[in-house]
Design a protein around this ligand. Structure first.
Ligand code: R5P
Length: 298
């Protein structure tokens, strides 16, 4: 079925990669167009979609730095419906606001539920990569759309690590990372382990290493996301103090807020690798092929 793939100018390269990968898989019409975006002097946005649209619309929008992008999603999805689109998908390689899944204090917004509901009102399908789901089991619980599709960056990161640090021990810095570590380790038969983590604040975490003889180990910390870098840094300090030969990092989502890279390097981290879910100089592995497969299966 004919599809219009929409993107914004700042993500045109990534959308082009998806366009190319999709066309390798299918003969269906898959037309890429850039949404015109004008910012008024007072900060408001005016968007313009290409016309006519095909019946199916796919919007590519990575939701790192998400706040303004949520307004873009609202404007694009509602306008696409008015223009006659009957199936609208969001491809968000990084899905924001998934970590706040509970109110720790009365009155706190449960952002996962609020943003998930917002997306479900706009889209028929949401496709994302390794969303951070802690206390809910499936993406559909967090984003109740008819088609909630998760693909993983673990395999492509595992392939990269297998070339650069063959046989390395893959370490999840917290229990949630166990799923990605297990996938990656199974792919190339790496040893693996998972830490326990307690978070005390945005930049303060306590980590307990699992009981492994770390002496001489090449360790790759594998996680869905690094933000401030303090989780990785704290794990790296403990590993090196315990005798690890090297500590490198592989993450699906290179959020790397502020001085995250320096924080990790200062703790002794060697290489920092990521997928291209969020554009960053550390990108070494592409999730585009798995995203194209997921779109084809919708
Ligand atoms: C949450 O548990 C995630 O898996 C990451 O470990 C976390 O978001 C990393 O945050 P930061 O880099 O700020 O420590």
């Amino acid at each position: 079925m004919a599809t219009t793939l929409l993107c914004f100018e700042d993500e045109q390269e990534a959308a082009q990669r998806l366009h190319h990968a999709f066309q390798e898989l299918a003969d269906d019409t898959f037309e890429l167009s850039v949404v015109e975006r004008h910012r008024f002097p007072d900060g408001e946005l005016k968007l313009r979609l290409p016309t006519p649209l095909h019946d199916r619309v796919v919007l590519w929008r990575g939701l790192h730095q998400p706040n303004e992008k949520l307004v873009e999603l609202l404007l694009v999805a509602r306008t696409a419906r008015q223009l006659g689109a009957f199936h609208i998908s969001l491809v968000a390689p990084y899905l924001a606001y998934m970590r706040q899944d509970i109110a720790f204090r009365p009155g706190e917004a449960v952002s996962q539920r609020v943003v998930g509901g917002f997306l479900a009102d706009l889209f028929d399908a949401v496709v994302t990569v390794d969303p951070h789901l802690h206390r809910v089991a499936t993406l559909q619980e967090a984003v109740p759309v008819p088609q909630a599709v998760v693909v993983s960056g673990a395999a492509v990161l595992a392939d990269w690590v297998a070339q650069r640090r063959p046989g390395a021990l893959l370490l999840g810095p917290d229990e949630e990372a166990a799923q990605w570590v297990a996938q990656a380790a199974a792919r190339h038969g790496n040893p693996s382990a998972v830490c326990r983590k307690e978070r005390h604040g945005d930049k303060s975490v306590a980590i307990t290493l699992p009981p492994v003889d770390w002496a001489g180990q090449q360790v790759v910390i594998l996680d869905d996301v690094a933000s401030t870098g303090h989780t990785v840094a704290q794990a790296a300090r403990l590993l090196l103090a315990a005798g690890a030969a090297s500590v490198d990092v592989a993450v699906t989502h290179a959020l790397f807020a502020g001085d995250a890279i320096e924080v990790m390097r200062h703790a002794g981290v060697g290489e920092v690798w990521s997928t291209d879910c969020i554009p960053h100089s550390s990108n070494v592995a592409s999730v585009t092929p798995v995203l194209a497969q997921a779109l084809l299966a919708l």
